[in-house]
Design a protein around this ligand. Structure first.
Ligand SMILES: [Zn+2]
Length: 406
């Protein structure tokens, strides 16, 4: 079990030896979250954990006579829990992830505390990953009846798993199963999680089956200006949209200027991320277009979150349809997108993030050797930078990462 505290939520990750099912329910007075997992046993290490992190005050487990395991998280206050499972990827095996979000009521109660903490506490970079279509909307359909909504969800989940393994990054999977989410709602989900980047994953369809290759889109200026008109028309509701600047108390002209500045900076950032991704996708095969494309897609219309839409391949092309179904190709696509994302944030990490501060909080299983490799610095430099005399690390300690290169 691993625990992380972010400003707005606490994450609890259980490493499991295989795929598991689970149910969650909350109890009040005192606040608790109960997790029931059928037919599992705890490892010794889980019982050893009992320390308080973030919203979690303590953890208890009980092995039921039925063979089921009950885990009780004692909570600091009321939370909104969200849970999901992850398949093995990289150094991690199967995982059950529970995110405990602050509710609005509990946030208000602790607003003073969090303001004080915000200045010192670093946060993870949040990558919103949006699998296109879903539910009633299958998206494009291949000649072999492959549905876009299915393959893009697989690719999105793979990308989320990769992001989860990156130190200082956290994925938000906008669509987690086979259901439809409205396009504006997708943007709102990303905003609610404080996303630093929005990546929408799609597969193209065209009547000419010979057409193939990936392409990457960002919002066009024309799409942006029609959207701006819309925000300004409802600026009373558009608080906090222009990079944290409120619009509702500004006159029309000032609001327009602020929104335009924010949107222009956002599109510039989007073009750069998209360019990185396209460069990486070129390694997987010839892309459909050699440069970043611009269009008025609704999901790209956040004025303040850099957003890109990746058409991973043409599902209408029989050979690309086969590739889209292939797990290795899905993984390769996800890895290419991740490299594009990492390449961008290596030089554009927002202030206040672990990535910008280059700090790493030691987790169970971390070794200096691994960390040196992961952050691309020499072992001796990492030790010297932190004044470490031995190779021993303490879980929960913070390691400062020296600047890359040199
Ligand atoms: Zn699509």
């Amino acid at each position: 079990m691993r625990l992380w505290a972010a400003p707005d939520h606490t994450r609890v990750v259980f490493d499991t030896s295989g795929p598991i099912e689970h149910t969650l329910f909350s109890l009040n007075d005192p606040e608790r979250l109960v997790v029931d997992v059928p037919a599992v046993r705890t490892g010794a290490s889980l019982q050893a954990q009992g320390k308080a992190v973030g919203l979690v005050k303590g953890i208890r487990t009980a092995q039921q006579d039925t063979g089921d395991l009950r885990i009780v998280l004692d909570l600091e206050r009321l939370t909104k829990p969200r849970s999901f499972t992850l398949k093995p990827g990289g150094q991690h095996g199967h995982r059950l992830v529970i995110d405990l979000y602050e509710t609005e009521a509990s946030q208000k109660a602790t607003v003073k505390k969090s303001v004080a903490e915000k200045t010192t506490r670093l946060r993870d970079l949040v990558i919103a990953i949006d699998a296109g279509h879903g539910g009633d909307d299958p998206g494009a359909i291949g000649p072999g009846r492959t549905r876009e909504k299915d393959v893009v969800l697989s690719i999105a989940k793979r990308l989320a798993a990769l992001v989860e393994q990156e130190p200082g990054m956290r994925p938000v999977l906008v669509r987690q199963g086979d259901y439809y989410i409205g396009l504006r709602k997708r943007i709102n989900i990303a905003r609610k999680h404080g996303a630093d980047l929005f990546v929408s994953v799609h597969a193209d369809g065209f009547r000419d089956r010979r057409v193939k290759g990936s392409s990457v889109f960002v919002l066009s200026r024309r799409g942006a200006s029609s959207e701006m008109a819309r925000w300004l028309a409802e600026k009373e509701n558009a608080a906090d949209l222009a990079g944290g600047v409120r619009l509702d108390d500004k006159d029309d002209l000032l609001a327009e200027v602020l929104l335009d500045l924010s949107q222009t900076a956002t599109i510039e950032a989007s073009v750069e991320v998209a360019g990185n991704m396209l460069g990486e996708l070129k390694h997987l095969g010839k892309t459909h277009k050699s440069s970043v494309q611009q269009a008025g897609f609704v999901v790209l219309k956040s004025p303040d979150i850099p957003s890109v839409l990746v058409e991973t391949a043409f599902i209408s092309n029989p050979s690309e349809e086969r590739k889209l179904r292939d797990r290795r190709h899905q993984e390769a696509l996800a890895r290419a997108m991740l490299r594009g994302i990492k390449g961008y944030f290596a030089s554009h990490a927002p202030p206040g993030t672990h990535l910008a501060a280059r700090e790493h909080v030691i987790e169970v299983g971390d070794t200096l050797g691994h960390l040196a490799q992961r952050y691309d610095v020499s072992l001796n430099r990492l030790k010297g930078y932190n004044g470490l005399k031995t190779d021993r690390l303490r879980v929960g300690d913070t390691l400062r990462i020296p600047p890359a290169g040199g």
